[in-house]
Design a protein around this ligand. Structure first.
Ligand code: COA
Length: 379
């Protein structure tokens, strides 16, 4: 059976940095001290008006292709984990696919909220292990800021925007060792954006048409999520370690979902992984939802925390309620750099992809108009 190895990685965060003090300046009843001590968050990145989720996803994906030295045209499947897609349809993955020029790839979105990236990684690995795909691009990208009520101190200080991506490739050597996914929909109301779907519809100005309760905003019972998350992330981590035949001392790096430093520390304590093996960057980005783990992975690599042969444990939780964990043996050298012309090649390839995509669109228009002329003549 082929194994699924992570061979490329990339991240992108918007350039706008928003520090905790900005909320105080906005008139919110909070303080840097409260946010930092209760969550570990010091700042986050927020998108500008014209930056959609696919824009972030494409930038992270290009970097992942670059580190892998891979061609977009060789990707078999693209999975974008997101709960903030560009549109209800088409999928954000399809938009990423055409912009990368991944002409052979299937494309789909996966929504498991903040657990989405680990769900997507497990799904992509399954495709490779079954022999149905050789290369799968897995992206976690979210802009939860578009659903935040900036007057609600319980939620707006916690989240940020960003994207991370990895390229999975079939290999004879071990890669993804094991994974687990779980869900408990009885807790759906604990973390929810009520409007915008089929239950409570959004009207054209983006507001719920049922009531004025701010149903378009993210709503959360923080303390209940907190208690559940520390238990659930620990349980999922233990399950996946057992399935992978790993003891806590054999885990070289633990990258949990970056939502709250206290949840991260409590989980690591429960699982028995010492703090020096835990990676956290929640202080700089807040909770970037499906992007949090791939962004943390990229920064862990950049910080020299990952080397060939390492056992890395990923664990996440989120709305659903949902949770997932995955263990992976790192199989590639992080020092190995692709050829120097790779960024240029990627730039040329994406320009060509844009031209190809525009030509296909034009071609479709011409065909439609020819078809309708012919039909008119026949009538
Ligand atoms: N600034 C100041 N006070 C705040 C605040 C803020 N930004 N946000 C909430 N509070 C207040 C609340 O209004 C509440 O006040 P009250 O007691 O007068 O009603 C109080 O702080 C809550 O305190 P406490 O229960 O001790 O908070 P906490 O230690 O549970 O921390 C969270 C609150 C939200 C930080 C924490 O529960 C949490 O991180 N939960 C998980 C959330 C999460 O990860 N969600 C994403 C899942 S993917």
């Amino acid at each position: 059976m082929p194994h699924a190895q992570i061979v490329g990685w990339g991240m992108y965060v918007p350039s706008r940095v928003v520090a905790n003090d900005s909320f105080v300046k906005m008139g919110l009843d909070t303080s840097n001290e409260w946010i930092a001590s209760r969550t570990g968050i010091e700042e986050r990145r927020l998108v500008g008006k014209n930056e959609a989720t696919s824009d972030l996803a494409v930038k992270a994906s290009l970097q992942a292709l670059h580190t892998a030295g891979a061609h977009a045209g060789d990707i078999d499947l693209i999975i974008v984990a997101t709960c903030t897609p560009d549109h209800v349809m088409p999928s954000t993955a399809s938009l990423v696919q055409t912009r990368l020029g991944a002409t052979r790839a299937g494309a789909m979105d996966l929504n498991a909220a903040c657990s989405g990236f680990v769900y997507a990684l497990a799904t992509g690995a399954g495709q490779i292990e079954s022999g149905r795909a050789k290369q799968v691009l897995v992206v976690g990208a979210d802009e939860l800021s578009i659903h935040l009520d900036w007057k609600d101190r319980n939620t707006c200080v916690l989240f940020g925007d960003g994207a991370g991506a990895v390229l999975l490739r079939a290999s004879q050597e071990a890669g993804v060792l094991s994974s687990t996914m779980g869900s408990d929909g009885s807790g759906a109301d604990l973390l929810i954006i009520p409007a915008g779907g089929s239950r409570i519809r959004a009207n054209h100005n983006g507001k719920s048409n049922r009531n004025a309760n701010g149903d378009q905003y993210l709503k959360m019972n923080g303390p209940q999520i907190f208690r559940w998350a520390t238990q659930m992330m620990a349980k999922a981590s233990e399950d996946v370690m057992a399935a992978s035949g790993l003891k806590p001392e054999q885990v070289d790096l633990f990258i949990p979902h970056q939502a709250n430093l206290r949840i991260i520390e409590a989980t690591a304590r429960r699982v028995g992984i010492p703090s020096q093996k835990v990676f956290s960057n929640v202080g700089h980005y807040g909770n970037t939802s499906a992007a949090s783990i791939p962004i943390a992975l990229c920064e862990a690599i950049a910080a020299g925390r990952v080397k060939r042969g390492d056992n890395i444990l990923l664990s996440s939780f989120g709305a659903g309620l949902s949770w997932a964990a995955l263990a992976v043996r790192w199989g590639v050298s992080v020092q190995a750099r692709p050829t120097p012309w790779s960024p240029l090649r990627l730039q040329i390839e994406t320009r060509m992809a844009a031209v190809r995509s525009a030509l296909r669109k034009q071609n479709r228009r011409v065909r439609t108009s020819i078809d309708s002329t012919l039909h008119r003549d026949q009538d």
